[in-house]
Write a protein that binds this ligand. Structure first.
Ligand code: SF4
Length: 74
């Protein structure tokens, strides 16, 4: 599977910060206690991608989704 980045659904996110613990180079927590994600996935190395996938699996709200390479024009 290949992806270009990662998206956090801010409506679902409850700010548990598990994703930030697993991939601090990708996720951050806003002042509103909602996670956000960097969108530079094409430049992440393999280890970072593994951390991102771990965060996707660990998120208790299933708020994190990978953006497929076919997503264009958005
Ligand atoms: S683990 Fe999920 S719910 Fe928790 S901060 Fe990250 S995206 Fe939000």
């Amino acid at each position: 599977m290949s992806a270009t980045g990662v998206h956090v659904d801010t409506d679902l996110c409850e700010g548990h910060a598990l994703c930030i613990q697993l991939a601090p180079e990708v996720f951050d927590l806003s002042d509103d206690d909602v996670a956000s994600a960097a969108r530079t996935g094409g430049q992440w190395d393999q280890d970072t991608w593994e951390n991102v996938k771990s965060a996707v699996d660990a998120c208790p709200r299933q708020a994190i989704s990978l953006l497929p390479t076919s997503t264009k024009g958005q």
